[in-house]
Design a protein around this ligand. Structure first.
Ligand SMILES: Nc1ncnc2c1ncn2[C@@H]1O[C@H](COP(=O)(O)OP(=O)(O)O)[C@@H](O)[C@H]1O
Ligand SMILES: N[C@@H](CC(=O)OP(=O)(O)O)C(=O)O
Length: 421
């Protein structure tokens, strides 16, 4: 059994969906569970629907939803070459459910409505791909992952109930492969024990695939991307990047932790626990070797790895009365960050000050500063970039930060982090 994951970029046009079909046809007779994300940038558009709905701008929300509907229906009609097909009834049901939500007065927290609306992207894309695959002879079974992935009700970042989900996978998913070689499921979504739809956090489809791989004891998981494999930096930001043929789970966890936006950070653990290799392959050229991520990879030749986080803010907290920032004060400061769900990417403290680097999220920062301000003087500096370099060599950091002002710097033997303006 293999698990494949196709993300939004691999499904953003008719040609790309046809290409995914060709990739699957190049694995004849194999049992494959395919996890699929929403097409293109649909998730961002649905976020827009959710925000407008919650701000009581229902007409705008309905208009954006209508545009999404038209786009998916037109794409499906062209892809299947027909106007009549059970798929269109299925798509209509998803839209009707979303319209019902938009018709309600928002009485529950935003995150609940977000999940009800945004989850639709994956339901639409999987339904369309499944119908197309059946039409071109890739016989497959469409799964509603909400009947399989059971979670708590932490909307927008739901936590999986592993035991219940494993029992459902054993009972409902495994037997399907007696009748089908291919099953198609949505990434990113699940449901509570009350059957309320949840999402697992943005870019969560890699994680969905890893959960399936773990629970199905898959031989491997492959994520199909628009890059030749895992590279030593994001090729959209850095020039002269190189492909990494093999790399360990722990190195990828480090990359994800420092902010590399190529594999969802939660993806590695379910695979590592069962020693299931993760392959990163290019959907634009399936014959490229890509990258294999596994426990015992040979990392002696690993190049320096760069991760750049843009749009960062440095928050500096100083005690009002020249009192030292001691352990108890640091603990209080940490509690405030935790309370506001703000993740610290880098921190440093001195005698009477504590500085840290966070993402620029104006609403969260405003609330955070209000809370910190009760006991401390707070300053902040925005428009910064946080560069992390793993396995850096002499001269490399100077070269990469030439002409820039360095506001904070931290180095261990393997990792350097520089906050630059
Ligand atoms: N180290 C890296 N190696 C390869 N790609 C990277 C890396 N860091 C960031 N990326 C970016 O990840 C993108 C692919 O991931 P993503 O857009 O999330 O794909 P999908 O949504 O289709 O799963 C690439 O286009 C590339 O710009
Ligand atoms: N569609 C969701 C889940 C996801 O993982 O998407 P992608 O595989 O395209 O990153 C998102 O955009 O967050």
């Amino acid at each position: 059994m293999k698990v494949f994951k196709f993300g939004g970029a691999s499904l953003e046009s008719i040609e790309r969906i046809q290409n995914v079909g060709k990739i699957i046809q190049s694995f004849p007779g194999e049992k494959i569970l395919i996890v699929i994300s929403a097409m293109g940038k649909t998730t961002n558009e649905l976020e827009n629907v959710a925000q407008n709905y919650f701000m009581r701008k229902r007409e705008i929300a309905a208009q954006i939803l209508y545009n999404i509907e038209q786009h998916h229906i037109q794409l499906a009609e062209k892809l299947l070459g027909v106007h009549e097909h059970p798929l269109f009834t299925q798509l209509q049901q998803f839209f009707t459910e979303a319209e019902w939500t938009l018709g309600e007065k928002p009485i529950r927290p935003y995150d609940y409505y977000y999940d009800q609306i945004v989850s639709m992207g994956e339901l639409l894309s999987t339904a369309i791909v499944s119908a197309y695959f059946n039409q071109v002879g890739i016989n497959n079974c469409w799964l509603d992952v909400r009947d399989i992935f059971k979670t708590d009700d932490n909307f927008r970042d739901a936590n999986l109930d592993w035991d219940t989900t494993q029992a459902i996978v054993n009972e409902k998913v495994l037997p399907l492969f007696n009748d089908y070689n291919i099953a198609i499921a949505q990434g990113f979504i699940g449901s509570t024990d009350q059957n309320e739809t949840v999402t697992l956090g943005r870019e969560g489809s890699d994680y969905t695939a890893a959960i399936f791989a773990n629970m199905l004891d898959a031989e491997s998981q492959t994520i199909w991307k628009d890059v030749e494999g895992l590279k030593n930096a994001d090729p959209k930001i850095f020039q002269d990047t190189v492909n990494i043929p093999e790399i360990t789970f722990s190195e990828v966890i480090e990359m994800a932790y420092y902010g590399a936006q190529v594999i969802h950070p939660k993806t590695i653990k379910p695979l590592q626990n069962k020693q299931i290799p993760l392959l990163v392959k290019c959907f634009l050229n399936k014959d490229l070797p890509g990258t294999i991520i596994k426990e015992d990879a040979d990392v002696r030749q690993l190049p320096p790895i760069f991760v750049l986080k843009r749009n960062q803010v440095m928050i500096s907290v100083t005690s009002r009365d020249y009192a030292f920032i001691t352990e108890d004060k640091i603990s209080d400061i940490y509690d405030i960050f935790h309370e506001h769900k703000v993740k610290i990417h880098l921190m440093q403290n001195g005698a009477i000050s504590f500085s840290c680097v966070i993402d620029n999220n104006p609403e969260k920062i405003e609330q955070l500063i209000k809370s910190l301000h009760v006991d401390f003087k707070v300053t902040y500096n925005e428009g910064l970039e946080l560069l992390t370099v793993r396995h850096y060599k002499n001269g490399l950091l100077e070269e990469k930060t030439k002409g820039r002002k360095i506001l904070l710097e931290q180095r261990s033997p393997t990792t350097a982090q520089l906050l630059v303006k």
